[in-house]
Design a protein around this ligand. Structure first.
Ligand SMILES: Nc1ncnc2c1ncn2[C@@H]1O[C@H](COP(=O)(O)OP(=O)(O)OP(=O)(O)O)[C@@H](O)[C@H]1O
Ligand code: SF4
Ligand SMILES: [Mg+2]
Length: 347
């Protein structure tokens, strides 16, 4: 984030409310009958503040990419709202949708498959101008694309090259340049560095931080790797099976987690310091992630939770600040969806 203003004093640029995406499960070839639904995203709410980076972490299949696609309006929400500057964008179409899309762009995970191998880098980066010619009229495009190459640290003379002539890190820079072409306010990054070597990951992350400061961008940064998310995020949301388990500042989530799932994830992160490693207790998660087509009743995490009690099967815990911490200026006072968040924090 470009300055140290606390998020509560900031203006939310995106407000997600009870967002749901169910993919129907059908049977039959000619007469298709719905027999259930994959509850990929099942009631998620959070805010994204102007100029911040919100990290989203969670195991494979928990719904991170589906959230990204819903925010981009690439997927129609089953229910719920996404307010961009106060306007619900989930039901927009035509010109209104096009105008919003200009301001919310995406950077994808795999720089090898997300760039068309038959297009030059100039055409790839300049493609968004075909849809929004008002941003760069025909005569100005070449110069604009060269500026964008320069901004992401690539030689502007590479404009006529093809994707295969670049390394993985360079390709992701091309993806970022394309994401920046329309001067967006928000960039949703779905595992943007997961396919890259560790040394290259740091360079791309540093570039993204520099661009955030330069252009006042707000990022949603999706990743598996908790250490990368911590490095870049101001706040972090932890997802489990279509829901948000816990959300708070990076300090709150990493130093004072109040959800057993977050604690388990963090206990599995490698610690370089041997002494700290010795004093650390590893929490092993039992069992597999249940199917999102048939999630457990009550708390979705209960089948793998080391703290589960009978109440957890009956009552769904709401994402909220634990009552005992309400109004307190402590890192434990952040939203968590666990009946026993206060006890977990103390532990
Ligand atoms: N178009 C679709 N039709 C049916 N099910 C889908 C569809 N897209 C996603 N799903 C299912 O929704 C769930 C969430 O998928 P999603 O891709 O959002 O997870 P993810 O957290 O991004 O996982 P990963 O970390 O592996 O990228 C998964 O069970 C997935 O199989
Ligand atoms: S509500 Fe119960 S099952 Fe869910 S995380 Fe908390 S203790 Fe575990
Ligand atoms: Mg994904």
């Amino acid at each position: 984030m470009s300055d140290s203003q606390p998020t509560q004093d900031r203006e939310p640029i995106l407000q997600v409310r009870n967002l749901v995406k169910h993919f129907p499960l059908t049977q039959g070839i000619v007469f298709k009958k719905q027999v259930g639904a994959v509850k990929a995203v099942d009631g998620i709410s959070f805010d994204l503040f102007r100029g911040e980076t919100l990290g989203i972490v969670g195991e494979s299949g928990c719904g991170k990419s589906t959230v990204a696609r819903l925010l981009m309006n690439l997927e129609q929400a089953t229910s719920g709202e996404v307010f961009y500057k106060g306007e619900d964008i989930t039901r927009l179409s035509g010109r209104a949708l096009k105008a919003v899309r200009r301001n919310i762009q995406m950077v994808f995970q795999d720089p090898y498959t997300s760039l068309n191998p038959r297009m030059t880098v100039g055409d790839i980066i300049g493609e968004p101008f075909d849809i929004h010619p008002e941003v760069a009229p025909k005569g100005e495009r070449r110069r604009r694309v060269q500026d964008l190459l320069d901004v992401v640290g690539l030689n502007p003379e590479y404009i006529n090259r093809y994707p295969h002539q670049f390394s993985g890190g360079q390709r992701q820079r091309i993806g970022i340049a394309r994401g920046l072409a329309l001067n967006p306010e928000i960039i949703i990054c779905d595992e943007p560095v997961s396919a890259l070597d560790v040394s290259v990951q740091a360079q791309v992350i540093n570039l993204m931080e520099k661009l955030q400061d330069e252009f006042g961008l707000s990022y949603i940064f999706i990743a598996h790797d908790l250490s990368i998310v911590r490095h870049i995020s101001d706040r972090v949301g932890v997802m489990y099976l279509g829901r948000m388990a816990e959300i708070g500042s990076d300090e709150a989530i990493y130093e004072h987690p109040t959800h057993p799932y977050t604690q388990a994830l963090l206990s599995a992160v490698p610690v370089p310091d041997p002494e700290a490693r010795e004093h650390r207790e590893r929490i092993l998660l039992s069992g597999d992630v249940p199917s999102p087509a048939n999630p457990p009743s009550g708390c979705r995490f209960r089948t793998r939770c080391w703290k589960a009690e009978a109440r957890c099967a009956q009552e769904t815990p709401l994402l909220a600040i634990p009552k005992v911490f309400a109004g307190q200026d402590t890192p434990a006072a952040h939203e968590s969806a666990c009946h026993f968040a206060a006890e977990v924090a103390a532990a």
